[in-house]
Design a protein around this ligand. Sequence first.
Ligand code: ATP
Length: 676
Amino acid sequence: MSAPQPLPDADLLAPDKPATEPARTRRVPAFLRRPGGALGALWLVVVVVGSLTAPLWVPYDVTTQDLANRLALPSADHLLGTDPLGRDLLSRIATAGSLPLLSSALMLVVAFAIGLPLALVAAERPGRTERFISRATEVLLALPATVLLLAVIGIVGNEIPLVMAVFGVLLSAAVYRVMLGVAQSVRQRLYVDAARVDGLGSLRVNVRHVLPAMGTVIAVQGAQLFGIGILVVAGLAFLGFGPGEPAPSWGFMINDASSHLFDGPWLLVPSGLVLALTVVAANELADALAARGGAGAKRRSRKQVRAAAAAAAAAQGESGSEQDAVAQPVPDDAVLAVRDLRVSVVGGPDLVTGVSLTVRRGTVLGLVGESGCGKSMTARSLLGLLPDGVAVSGGSIIFQGTDLVGRPEKELRGYRGSRIALISQEPMVALDPAFSIAAQLTGPIRRHRGVGRGEARTIAAELLRNVGIVDADRILRSYPHQLSGGMAQRVCIALALTGEPDLLVADEPTTALDVTVQAEILSLLRALVRDTGLSVVLVTHDLGVVADLCDDVAVMYAGEVVEAGATAGVLDEPRHPYTMALLGADPHVPDGEPVPERLASIAGTVPSPGTWPEGCRFAGRCLFATDACRTPFPTVPAHGGGLVRCVRVEDLALHQISWTPEEAGAETATTAGGAR
Ligand SMILES: Nc1ncnc2c1ncn2[C@@H]1O[C@H](COP(=O)(O)OP(=O)(O)OP(=O)(O)O)[C@@H](O)[C@H]1O
């Protein structure tokens, strides 16, 4: 395919809403704008810096005793007073801080170094891998941590950093559990799909897109566990496990103070307060980080997360393919030929069955139908991007002569982005909020086209101009949240074009946009097809969009194609009652035709997967259904090369019956044994 040419009217397409200039100055992080977060962070910085640099500034040696000055209250000589041996409390507290702080940090590193990668792997591989890791971590969680720590101390002695590293291993199971939930949720985001479409490998998807989105949760967990670690070290020292006298430790100092509650009550205050404040500060910081993460999540709440897959067994559904009357040959100019496709929940019901589609070079195929008919599942199977737990269980997807079904993920990556690209219905969530538009465009351009940074930026600007963005340089500097919906969708289309694909899968690309912007995006797609020879599979609810943009159309109902053919033929002379009903319920009226007084309606809802009836799946809602519709039957040819899946097709055509309440009433009155 040749590179997209600039659209003739590109410069006339002004941005639908000006984007604000990117922020040029670095602002204070949101968590530091909360008093708890700011004070917590400040206290932790003071304690960490103060403890680690203690040997440089403490006024007294921690072992120097002054028995004449024991249990002294704060004074100019001893700012925090002295202990029962007259040693300076400030010097001892500051010096003792480094052990709990460093041991906690070590514990954190160990816990996250084990728990986080395991969570990423498990989130990426639901099923056996995830189950195995989860069971193993459950075993780890079931171990009695205190007994184990005491056993470790028995073996290694008072090596607190080593003991805390072992504690980190135990904690990694808890870290894994929290991180798994987050990673699973992040992996459902459209921009992660987009990155996979773009051909990024698993490591890069995780590092570039999944991990940054988990940043807040990691920080919150880290801050909380850090506080817990400090308490554990202090607790061990309180019990006598830790640096022995005369070396100072927070836990031992509290223990010491507890035996002088009556003769020196002040002794408990400095050490107890520093320990308590440090733990509270870590928790306050965690709260502030969590609140900031919540705000971020709210900002991105337009994202629709698909339900997680129910089963993860590896069994494939039975083939059970339907033998259609029309064995559809693959035309020479076909870019894509889907034959008898079946998509199923693994170990569960079929979501799509017997779907056959053909997309010719430089044409647009519309997939239309009510919500839940299987349009998205069909479209996503073309890219190998089905949700976790859903898989292609039969049929073939022949793209430019190669059957993609059953190909390993690595091979599919070579197709995604460079040969088959995706535009999703939610442009805002298809773009990663953490990266500028320039970064999101130049990365794939460099990968797909093997060019340097400078040239990639030039190509990115050209692509933006090709999709009708006038001020490409400003948009390149912007971040997704600074774009309007229409502008973001243009950027997504430019992103889809970075690999110069031959086939574009557009899953309801205009649903989230307002009407005027929808028209602009459709005109942009039309121009791209016309000027570049791109082929498009367009998923839509809207018959107006089909009429406007599509050369061919496939009408889907309850997981199967019920009517397909050239758009003009199907829309002008619908043969299947469901197509008739959709057209009768469509509020768009062609120019010059009278506006109907009343739109037709379709009673009931699409049956869910697993509850499809025998025979015609539309029979339960069809005004013209008879007993003959209750038994399975094949499709029949229609629209010169298309097909229709209705046993009464000849009958209905003969009587010129259409889906209006009046016609239906007359028809049903004469239909002996008609069942609805
Ligand atoms: N992750 C999933 N696991 C199991 N079933 C699913 C999953 N996602 C969707 N389904 C089911 O698959 C069927 C087809 O869904 P699909 O999203 O393809 O429909 P659609 O026609 O594209 O609808 P819409 O226009 O609302 O997106 C529906 O019954 C839906 O409930």
